[in-house]
Design a protein around this ligand. Structure first.
Ligand code: ADE
Length: 245
């Protein structure tokens, strides 16, 4: 996958892109990230990238001509241009899955009060990483790159790990344990030591359901529960009732 990032602050990306999974994916040629400094596309003497808003008001607006020159420098047919902004639709895992299927993403990071509205003609999708205002789109772009990279085939060592984790099936993940078997007097659940794969699968599924119900019940709204899940939910609710009494 190719990702071009248009930003006024390319140096911000150095740390996150040079560590861990993203760095490994780049080294292995699975991910080709290029950072482009928007300021390089400002042609005037002072390389001005922003200007006062028409109609007055606080803040500066990123200039349409500069942004469009930057976009045209990286855009190829088939590229998908994402503008990171607090006004975008909220990034969720299904969006990440869809973006991971693209061969070329362009991530446009805004700053100041935003971009000249006429640049929106060039944008395929506007995304927000949450309902809060960041000082620019850079941190949001890093979040997108991280979440997408993990889904590129071959990036994660164990191909099943992206499949099984939180949100992949619309549920939170089950609890994990590693050695030692006893820690501060607390034991690892017996079933995980049993070697009985079907019991372990069922235990994990049930704990995923229970955790989602307790921590993020909103994720279950509109979900189609299969027969096994319905049975497990009944057990969870029954056990819950008995605990209260
Ligand atoms: N730019 C500023 N705030 C943002 C947010 N919440 N998501 C994406 N881009 C942003």
């Amino acid at each position: 996958m190719k990702i071009d990032i248009l930003t006024l602050f390319p140096a911000m990306f150095a740390g996150p892109f040079e560590e861990s999974i993203i760095s490994r994916a780049r080294q292995r040629g699975l991910l080709d990230i290029k950072l482009w400094n928007i300021r390089d596309y400002a042609l005037d003497k002072h390389q001005q990238v922003d200007d006062y808003p028409y109609g007055g008001g606080a803040g500066m607006v990123m200039k349409a001509d500069v942004l469009c020159r930057a976009i045209n420098a990286v855009r190829c047919p088939g590229a998908h241009l994402v503008y990171l902004s607090p006004q975008g639709s909220r990034l969720v895992q299904s969006t990440v899955v869809r973006l991971a299927e693209k061969s070329h993403l362009i991530l446009l990071c805004g700053h100041y009060e935003g971009i000249d509205e006429r640049v929106m003609n060039e944008v395929d999708e506007e995304l927000s990483i949450g309902d809060y205002v960041l000082s620019g789109g850079e941190l949001a772009a890093m979040v997108v790159v991280d979440a997408v990279t993990r889904l590129i085939p071959g990036v994660l060592g164990d191909e099943t790990s992206a499949q099984e984790e939180s949100f992949a099936e619309g549920l939170l993940e089950y609890p994990h344990y590693t050695r030692p078997k006893t820690f501060q007097g607390r034991e690892v659940p017996e079933v995980l030591l049993s070697g009985h794969h079907e019991n372990i699968r069922r235990w994990r599924k049930k704990l995923s359901l229970e955790r989602t119900l307790v921590k993020r019940p909103d994720l279950l709204l509109g979900r189609h529960f299969d027969q096994e899940e319905r049975q497990m939910l009944e057990e969870i609710l029954f056990e819950g009732e008995n605990q209260v009494k």
